[in-house]
Write a protein of this length. Structure first.
Length: 485
């Protein structure tokens, strides 16, 4: 069973002892004392020997992400004293002292390897673990995860190395590697390293102790897949929902390129990830990679929610619910009213489905008119060039392009000439809350609504699909406003 090991990195022995006692009182199952962070090594280790439970002494070299710059013999002398004081010992792979590990008995020895820049091939990861295992009681390796492909490499390597039945811990550092931490048990890792509190992390992506204890060994993991994801506040919404519903779970971000979708699905399958939301640019491209798609998503031709049902990945679309409830929330009558949809991506399909089903007279325009024409045929709308649309009078305009979104050009997708008083103008963008389109619409006296409502309503529906729990809208709205004031 995976144990939570709190890594303690303090500048002096007294502070380290105080933090260690706090960590144990709060449920740490193991302690790693990073003595390389101390300005001076303690001469007396007796106070540390009195700490309950397993303790690991680490004096990590600078090239492996540590702070030790002393001599090899000074390091050996300290680690021998630590072993006699009841510590297990962590040594770096390739260090000359690894050849002396038998002299540290009965202390347990971890041989570790850290690459703070990259994740290598599966073969190289396994080679590192084998080398670490050769002279240790547990192999530990940590790699910086830069891409979803890197993450898939780590997960595959963990599965293969587990067949050896050797004891190991394999960690993906950074935001993209967090699944290897929260699902350390499913990775096969013996230890899951955590910080005693936020801001005290010793490696990128490390959880804090309170979060690690709350999540437990088998949390529900969901997340969002797309690129870019700098704008998203979905993690804040779903984290609040997990807490409010007392479901031990977390929601992660996976920045995924088009050629990495299959890697992502492999990770979801291997780690038993419960599901994920899909955003730009994958809502359409992911369909053929799933095991099945429900009738609504198939009819729209876009998926925004995937559920892992016992290893079968099922695509759904809760964006339609998000659009419908947004219009209901703002009491907007749709039937018989002229409406314009800007953009021909995944979000526009949900908007078109709602507007045409409810009887609006819908036009669609897009930078690439071929895409607009295809969607017009699919949903019974009318394709129009942007310049022609700007000369018409619409009661409803919905922007489904990323223009105005954080990370995209800060410009309106249509001329102010098309905006007028009394019009309902909705932007599916919510970050920033006021886009150039909404700012101009407000100036013209239109009812300007950003994508917050659509985001929240679709998120509520997705959360219920994954967890079976219904959460009040106010829970997510409060989280939204705190995340995006």
């Amino acid at each position: 069973m995976t144990r939570t090991c709190v890594a303690i990195s303090e500048a002096d022995a007294a502070s380290a002892l105080a933090v260690a006692r706090e960590a144990l009182a709060r449920g740490a199952e193991c302690l790693e004392l990073r003595f390389d962070a101390m300005a001076e090594l303690p001469g007396d280790l007796t106070p540390f020997s009195q700490l309950e439970g397993r303790k690991i002494a680490t004096l990590r070299e600078r090239e492996q992400g540590g702070g030790w710059e002393g001599t090899t013999e000074a390091k050996w002398e300290f680690l021998r004293r630590a072993a006699k004081a009841g510590f297990d010992i962590d040594l770096e792979l390739g260090h000359p002292l690894v050849s002396r590990t038998h002299l540290l008995r009965p202390a347990k020895v971890i041989v570790s390897y850290h690459d703070l820049k990259k994740t290598p091939s599966v073969a190289r990861i396994i080679e590192v673990l084998v080398e670490c295992s050769a002279r240790s009681d547990m192999a530990k390796a940590a790699f910086q995860v830069r891409t979803v492909h890197d993450l898939a490499q780590l997960v595959e390597a963990a599965q293969l190395f587990a067949l050896t039945r050797e004891r190991f811990t394999l960690i993906g550092m950074g935001e993209l590697g967090m699944a290897t931490r929260v699902l350390a048990h499913r990775m096969g890792s013996l230890l899951s390293y955590a910080a005693v509190s936020p801001g005290k992390e010793t490696a990128p992506g490390q959880l804090d102790l309170e979060t690690a204890k709350w999540l437990g060994k088998e949390p529900m993991v969901t997340g969002i897949v797309g690129s870019p994801l700098d704008h998203t506040v979905s993690p804040a919404l779903h984290t609040a929902a997990y807490r409010a519903s007392a479901v031990r779970g977390t929601y992660l971000k996976w920045v995924t390129m088009v050629d990495e979708l299959e890697d992502l699905l492999d990770v979801v399958d291997a780690l038993g990830i419960r599901g994920f939301n899909v955003t730009i640019p994958h809502k359409e491209g992911i369909l053929p990679l799933l095991d099945s798609v429900d009738a609504v998503a198939e009819g729209i031709g876009a998926v925004n929610t995937v559920i892992n049902e016992g290893g079968r990945l099922v695509g759904r679309n809760t964006d339609v619910i998000g659009v419908q409830r947004t219009f209901e929330h703002h009491k907007v009558e749709v039937k018989g009213r002229p409406a314009l949809v800007l953009g021909a991506g995944g979000a526009s399909r949900a908007v078109l489905q709602f507007l045409t089903t409810e009887g609006a007279e819908v036009d669609i325009t897009n930078r690439t008119m071929g895409k607009a024409e295809a969607l017009a045929r699919m949903f019974g709308a009318r394709p129009v060039a942007l310049r022609a649309a700007e000369e018409r009078r619409y009661d409803i305009i919905v922007n489904c392009t990323p223009l105005g979104m954080k990370g995209f050009p800060q410009e309106a997708p249509i001329s102010p000439h098309a905006l007028h008083e009394g019009q309902f103008v909705m932007d599916t963008v919510y970050n920033p809350p006021v886009t150039p389109l909404l700012a101009e619409a407000s100036r013209k006296g239109a009812r300007a609504v950003n994508g917050m409502d659509m985001l929240i309503y679709q998120a509520l529906a997705s959360f219920e699909l994954w967890t079976g729990k219904a959460v009040e809208r106010e829970v997510m709205e409060r989280a939204f406003r705190e995340a995006l004031p």
